[in-house]
Design a protein around this ligand. Structure first.
Ligand code: ADP
Ligand code: MG
Ligand code: MG
Length: 868
């Protein structure tokens, strides 16, 4: 079997076999660039090595024979005293990953060849400097000797001689260093430093293979979903020397600016330096532009090479090069990492330059990276001067600055006065919603990434730092303390929700820019898409934000969020606690004009775009007061004794509210609620249609259906009401009645349900929770451990479980469309904004996904990529 490949045998497509570095070295060789020649021991050899626990004879034989070929190519001899061949040994997996073994340079040096190198180059200092570097690197990475042991020797000699930098060391000093390094190796390993270059080489190759399974590499692969069984390749490459004087050097460069995307060579280099000196920060490197002055010919050649590589790979390249005595060598190229703004600019400009197609440009952008661009950011100059006060969890991205307020009411009042507000709470609850809206940002002392504050803030696209335990919040005293520092109501603080940082004082912010390269790329993405992207929005404000982000309708408008409003909650509570239908209808009548107003606002914000409204869903006790004084006030208000009130409230309590009296079950037991809501939806639609001329077709969605009979019952209530209103108003408005698919049973009988339902919307949050049988609110306690133990690959509430929950979705789609071939089917819930899940929804044949407003651009791009 072939385990070893010359650079001239490979190409860029052989990445899996040769690793990224090896495949690109081969490709650069193939297109005639100046690459120091060498060979690659394949990833297959690595896998075999890890199985056998040693290099096989066959591999060793091939390594040796390729070494002979390399000797012929370079006209040097490995281990030869007069004309020694030296090599580097470099790891390189299919996917570049940190944690693997560091590169070894100058392999092949020993007590004899170092003399030969000195003579041949007429540079004794250079030769001994190379030798001591080699022993240090080999000792560190292959023999696993503590690096500091070597560093200490250097430091000691420098101090003794009064030197500041390594370049002051003379040949004599370096010879002394070499001697002492060899003593260290002997003391640490019990054996002399290996003098036979062939032994050095095999030890280094083995060490690279072994490093595949070191703990750092293992953790990195786990975190990044990289398989553990693909192995790394090893590249053995003849050395070129950047440390041979002032006509030599080494550097790294990007073909475009990786921070901004500007189309201009960007990088750094060092004169008279080897290997990692540039990144190691030992000396301050110079900007690549200066190379033009120092070595004009080399600069021109490098500049042209960079351009050629970019055209060849059709992507921005990150390159490593070395100059030996005025001669340029390319040591590495790969697609460069970049910031989100740079990625957009590069993709759009490359299309304009004719380098890539629009589709390729669309595929180039990581959808989740767009999140960085959708939120305000701090003014960079101001941020440098800012003082960090405390740190918490980066719960919702963005930057915010404002005066501190400790209650939702005060925050709201201050905002209405035109103040910039930061709401600070121990933790938030549904009653704080309006304060959260009014605030520029939210800081909580308690709660995690899925706490109320975090979830709601993300939905609103509002900056939030949660779980900031350092902040001791005293809401009554209107102050919080961090250490000995006190912040009082009205003081300015600033929040960075992307980093979880809290700053003292006010820092200027900048609004995101959605035009330019961003706008252009999104336009191309929209042209590729086949699924629509809607939004989950409960207020005209959210709806408007989402439309600004390109939402094509509302896929989920949750009516219960409107019920938490402080003006309404009294009527809601009275309605819930009513003893008779008549009483309940009376309080529902109080709510009707308010609900109607909500829907009118939403219709106006959405204009001609479709709006799906879901009937009341949560268990009713969620609306009831918990504080004794509130309960007492409510009892008085409703003419009930405290005993009666308490027993009524207890009567509404449930053991498993999520599996209790909620969803369509509310409409079955209290049809008058569905009647009121239908009336609000229909009257609002009729009025806005008349006033503004929009083409409104309300979509009324019934939640939590599990039986066809439930749907039949509630649908009749809704349709009778709707028809009555149409007659009353003399309107011929069209409307649709559909259902959520969120109970596993519903997906199993989707063909029956589709007989009545005019559309489906998969509620994958509930569907996931009911399919797995674990509650979303409690799963956080064990999901982490499930992932650690390899029982769950990832959190099924974040990315849909294709194998299980996904199967139910596919079945629901298939059965539904056997009844109604054109049935419109969408998804609402967190998965609708998750790129991985979106790929699945495309395959499943959905018509649209619906997600929170700030996820809309991400979903648009992910849907485009899923369609390509
Ligand atoms: P990494 O993956 O950490 O970037 P590399 O294998 O690219 O490691 O090696 C790091 C550096 O070592 C290179 O950037 C280059 O400067 C130097 N280097 C590697 N191989 C050679 C070589 N054959 N000749 C000269 N320098 C080399
Ligand atoms: Mg490199
Ligand atoms: Mg649900």
């Amino acid at each position: 079997k072939k385990w070893v490949y010359l650079f001239s045998d490979g190409n860029a497509d052989m990445r899996n076999l040769l690793g990224g570095k090896g495949a690109n070295l081969a490709e650069m060789t193939r297109i005639g660039l100046p690459v120091p020649q060498g060979f690659t021991v394949s990833t297959e050899a690595c896998i075999e090595y890890l199985k056998e626990n040693k290099l096989t004879y066959e591999m060793i034989g091939q390594i040796n024979s390729h070494m002979s070929v390399l000797e012929d190519i370079t006209k040097k001899k490995f281990g030869n005293k007069d004309n020694p061949l030296l090599v580097s040994v470099r790891s390189g997996a299919r996917i570049s990953m940190p944690g693997m073994m560091d590169t070894i340079l100058n392999l092949g040096l020993n007590d004899e060849t170092v003399v030969g190198l000195a003579e041949k180059t007429a540079n004794e200092r250079f030769a001994y400097d190379s030798y001591r570097r080699f022993i240090q690197m080999f000792g560190d990475v292959v023999q696993e000797i503590d690096k500091n042991k070597f560093e200490n020797v250097l430091d000691e000699i420098k101090e003794r001689e009064g030197f500041q930098i390594d370049t002051q060391l003379t040949t004599g000093h370096l010879q002394e260093v070499v001697g002492r390094y060899k003593e260290i190796v002997l003391a640490e390993t019990g054996k002399p430093f290996p003098q036979d270059p062939n032994v050095q080489l095999l030890m280094a190759v083995e060490a690279v293979f072994r490093s595949w399974n070191n703990p750092r590499a293992f953790v990195y692969r786990d975190m990044n979903d990289i398989p553990h069984d693909i192995g790394t390749a090893v590249n053995v490459q003849s050395m070129v020397f950047g440390n041979m004087g002032d006509d030599s050097g080494t550097g790294v460069a990007f073909t475009r600016n990786p921070a901004t995307g500007e189309n201009k060579l960007f990088g750094e280099f060092l004169v008279n330096a080897q290997g990692e000196d540039v990144v190691a920060g030992i000396r301050t490197p110079r900007e690549i532009d200066e190379l033009r002055k120092i070595m004009p010919l080399v600069y021109k050649q490098f500049h042209d090479t960079a351009e050629l590589l970019e055209k060849h790979y059709k992507d921005m390249q990150d390159m490593e090069f070395t100059v030996e005595k005025g001669q340029l060598y390319m040591l590495q190229t790969r697609n460069g990492k970049r910031t989100a703004p740079a990625a957009l600019r590069i993709a759009v400009e490359m299309e304009e330059e004719g380098l890539i197609t629009k589709e390729e440009a669309v595929m180039r952008i990581e959808p989740l990276s767009l999140d960085q661009l959708l939120h305000p950011t701090f003014d960079e100059v101001a941020l440098k001067e800012a003082v960090v006060l405390a740190s918490g969890l980066p719960a919702s991205p963005g930057a915010a600055t404002g005066k501190v307020y400790f209650t939702a009411e005060e925050a709201k009042a201050a905002a209405e006065n035109g103040e910039e507000v930061i709401l600070v709470r121990k933790e938030t609850s549904p009653e704080d919603i309006e304060g959260m809206y009014a605030a520029n940002g939210i800081l909580t002392a308690r709660g995690g990434m899925t706490s109320h504050a975090a979830v709601v803030a993300r939905g609103m696209g509002k900056c939030c730092v949660a779980g900031c335990e350092d902040a001791k919040v005293d809401e009554d005293a209107k102050q919080f303390r961090v250490g000995t520092e006190y912040i009082y109501e009205g003081d300015y603080i600033s929040l960075d929700g992307s980093a979880g940082k809290v700053y003292k004082g006010s820092i200027g912010t900048q609004e995101p820019k959605l035009s330019g390269h961003f706008g252009q790329l999104m336009e191309w993405a929209d042209a590729c898409r086949t699924m629509n992207v809607r939004t989950n929005a409960d207020t005209p404000r959210d709806a408007a934000v989402a439309v600004g982000f390109g939402a094509e309708g509302i896929g989920l408008c949750r009516t219960e969020h409107m019920f938490f409003n402080e003006d309404r909650i009294p009527s809601v509570r009275r309605m819930i606690l009513s003893k008779t239908k008549e009483q309940r209808e009376k309080y529902l009548a109080e709510l009707l004009p308010m609900q109607k107003e909500d829907f009118m606002g939403i219709y106006k914000a959405m204009k001609d775009l479709p709006v799906t409204v879901r009937l009341l869903d949560p268990p009713l006790h969620e609306f009831l007061p918990t504080e004794p004084e509130d309960i007492e006030a409510l009892a008085k208000d409703m003419d009930m004794s405290m005993d009666e009130m308490m027993s009524t409230i207890h009567g509404l309590e449930e053991f498993n509210p999520m599996l209790g009296h909620r969803g369509c079950r509310l409409a079955v037991t209290f049809p008058e609620i569905a009647v009121m809501q239908t009336r609000a939806i229909m009257e609002a639609a009729i009025e806005v249609k008349k006033e503004d001329g929009y083409n409104i077709v309300p979509e009324i969605m019934i939640p939590l259906i599990g039986m066809k009979e439930e749907l039949d019952y509630v649908e009749n209530v809704v349709r009778e009401t709707a028809e009555k209103i149409k007659a009353e108003k003399g309107s011929d408005i069209d409307y649709k009645v559909g259902t959520m698919m969120e109970i596993p049973r519903a997906t199993l009988i989707a063909d029956e349900i589709a007989e009545r339902a005019e559309f489906f919307s998969f509620g994958t949050n509930d569907l996931t929770q009911m399919t797995y049988g674990f509650s979303r609110d409690d799963a956080g306690k064990f999901i982490g451990e499930y992932k650690e133990k390899g029982i769950l690959p990832n959190d099924p509430f974040q990315s849909i479980d294709v194998g299980g929950v996904g199967k139910l979705v596919e079945m629901g789609v298939k059965l539904g469309r056997t009844t109604k071939p054109d049935l419109k089917i969408g998804v609402c819930g967190e998965h609708g904004g998750d790129p991985k899940s979106i790929h699945f929804f495309q395959r499943a044949g959905l018509n649209y996904v619906s997600c929170s407003p700030y996820r809309v651009p991400i979903a648009r791009l992910a849907a485009a990529q899923a369609a390509l």
